[in-house]
Design a protein around this ligand. Structure first.
Ligand SMILES: Cc1cc2nc3c(=O)[nH]c(=O)nc-3n(C[C@H](O)[C@H](O)[C@H](O)COP(=O)(O)O)c2cc1C
Ligand SMILES: O=C(O)C(=O)c1ccccc1
Length: 356
């Protein structure tokens, strides 16, 4: 698949997927304003490279919450990988292991977290959690994620209810096909599968409960307001993920890349200390990654591009997408005169008026 660009994977995925499943992956909430804006926002930013720095071949690797990744691109948690490929999350995890990057396994995975870990022993996995009102059940799934070897807990905060996804309503996409289930929601092996609850009562108090429940570092995903970034840290978050859920929750939210600088400024301690700020939404090429890092992100995550790789070509497809992003990041860093991610600074990014 060499020579492919990310848009080629999306086109191939679209041809292979049932239209309702393509729409589920591709779609956003409401009028899809935020969905479109996420991608467009990167094009309104320009990179100002530094020259003659003798930087050599760049080191693209990063360490996040004690986990090494070969590039500052993580796999965002996305549901239902077996809609895209029979191996589903197993294939994604194997490609993540081969690329040496971190996969955030979704609570709504169609392969149990234990099986994802077993399928890709070399993979670094984090687990995304929708905190369930049944806190005893929540604790059981946290223990399962720990036993499966997950190294961080990513708590999704932007989904007190599900966003209104008009494509899914139009397509009557309500349930998974009968042979697929959210395996992390099973009450014991072979037991019944619970529906995932979105919980409007979820609050900062529960973050403190989780903090006491586990020694895993907690990432709060779906932060957009700077005041919430601060609250997340005050409640023990080890990292923050600036995200509008890929435009799938509240439509009209600013793009994650536009929110990033304010949040980075807010979480910077007076002594220069800070927690890592991750960002996702609309990252589609290496220069997008470099822009986010220059604006203060410790790393980015990609959601849909991984699903396109998976639907287009299973594990090799995901490997192709990750390899492409990795090569593009390296190329962009080299052209920016950067030896490592720490050399990317905010002065290297400018807002531009789009050409008319
Ligand atoms: C099909 C799909 C399913 C998703 N499922 C989850 C999920 O289960 N949990 C979660 O926290 N975020 C979920 N997300 C949001 C992603 O983690 C991420 O925030 C978003 O996809 C980033 O935008 P991008 O797709 O433009 O890269 C999902 C996104 C998509 C597209
Ligand atoms: O579709 C999503 O974006 C998502 O986050 C989700 C939540 C619960 C179940 C399946 C997917």
């Amino acid at each position: 698949m060499s020579g492919w660009r990310l848009c080629d994977y999306e086109a191939a995925a679209r041809e292979r997927l049932a239209p309702a499943h393509y729409d589920y992956f591709a779609g956003g909430a409401g009028e899809e304003i935020t969905l479109r804006a996420n991608v467009a926002a990167f094009d309104r930013l320009a990179l100002v490279p530094r020259v003659l720095r003798g930087a050599g071949r760049p080191e693209t690797g990063v360490t996040l919450l004690g986990c090494r990744a070969s590039m500052p691109v993580l796999i965002a948690p996305t549901a239902f990988h077996r809609l895209a490929d029979p191996q589903g999350e197993r294939a994604t995890a194997r490609a993540a292991a081969a690329a040496e990057t971190i996969m955030i396994v979704s609570m709504a995975a169609t392969v149990a977290v234990e099986e994802v870990g077993a399928a890709a022993p070399g993979a670094t996995l984090w687990f995304q959690l929708y905190v369930q009102p049944d806190l005893a059940f929540t604790e059981r799934i946290v223990r399962r994620a720990e036993s499966a070897g997950c190294r961080a807990l990513v708590v999704t905060a932007d989904s007190p209810v599900m966003g209104v996804r008009r494509r899914d309503i139009r397509n009557r996409f309500l349930d998974l096909p009968a042979h697929l289930h959210c395996e992390n929601l099973r009450d014991g092996p072979g037991g019944p599968v619970r529906p995932i609850a979105m919980w409007p009562e979820l609050s900062w108090e529960h973050l403190a409960v989780l903090r006491r429940m586990t020694d895993l570092p907690i990432v709060v995903k779906g932060v957009t307001h700077p005041a919430d970034a601060r609250l997340a840290i005050e409640h023990g978050a080890a990292a923050i993920m600036v995200s509008n859920h890929g435009g799938r929750q509240l439509d009209g939210v600013p793009t994650a890349i536009d929110l990033l600088p304010e949040i980075v400024a807010e979480v910077a301690g007076p002594d220069g200390s800070t927690v890592p700020v991750l960002v996702d939404g609309g990252v589609r090429r290496g220069t997008d990654v470099v822009k986010a890092l220059a604006l203060g992100a410790a790393a980015v995550a990609v959601g849909r591009p991984v699903l396109w790789g998976l639907a287009a070509g299973g594990e090799p497809g995901v490997a192709g997408v990750l390899g492409l992003l990795r090569a593009e990041v390296e190329q962009a860093m080299t052209l920016c005169g950067c030896a490592g991610v720490g050399d990317l600074t905010p002065d290297m990014v400018r807002s531009v008026v789009p050409p008319c």
